[in-house]
Ligand binder design. Structure first.
Ligand SMILES: [Fe+2]
Length: 192
């Protein structure tokens, strides 16, 4: 995990970038949750865990700067990461998760995976917060699916993006279970 490998950046370097550009605790947690799911997805699909994990960590790197101009979101990240020699594959996947605002269509498995992963984190956190202990340990995959069907629940979470898991061959219930399990492994870091 300390090697730059195909990613062109180490996990430690990626975390330092996060601390520099996106210091808000809740956003860092969102990125770590996304990383955990991306690693699990890479394992399942036979992709490079290190590469997919880094994309999870860095996908919202410029959010502080671009949150009010979403047609710029990920483009600042692209410049930063290009300058550091991060792999093109990672940069493209990061841009892909904002494809709608950038005016193109997602095409690769990596792009769909990142989009679905980063979106389901929000739904899972919101589901956990419903329970008295507010812990992931209380959440079952079926509760996530149930909440997903309630339009008013965590309404800012885009359900269509979560359903992109099906585009990459993972049924929704399986995706919810995999994501919950991945986030549960880092529940202490997530404070959930
Ligand atoms: Fe995100």
């Amino acid at each position: 995990m300390d090697e730059k490998g195909k990613a062109g950046i180490t996990r430690q370097e990626a975390l330092e970038l996060l601390g520099k550009y996106l210091p808000q605790d809740n956003l860092i947690k969102h990125c770590l949750a996304t990383e955990a799911i991306m690693r699990a997805l890479a394992q399942k699909l036979g992709s490079d865990e290190g590469v997919w994990g880094i994309a999870g960590i860095l996908h919202d790197l410029d959010y502080t700067e671009t949150k009010d101009q979403m047609n710029q979101h990920t483009l600042h990240t692209e410049k930063i990461l290009q300058g550091l020699g991060v792999s093109r594959e990672i940069i493209d996947a990061i841009k892909g998760h904002n494809a709608d605002n950038l005016g193109f269509q997602r095409g690769t498995v990596f792009e769909h995976a990142l989009t679905a992963a980063e979106c389901i984190t929000g739904l899972i956190v919101a589901t956990a917060l419903v329970y008295p202990d507010k812990k992931l340990a209380s959440v079952k995959p079926q509760s996530i699916i149930k909440r997903m069907k309630q339009k008013e629940f965590a309404r800012s979470v885009n359900r269509d993006y979560i359903r992109e898991c099906e585009t990459i061959g993972i049924p929704l219930d399986e995706f919810a279970a995999l994501s919950l399990q991945a986030m549960s492994r880092i529940s202490d870091e997530l404070g959930l």
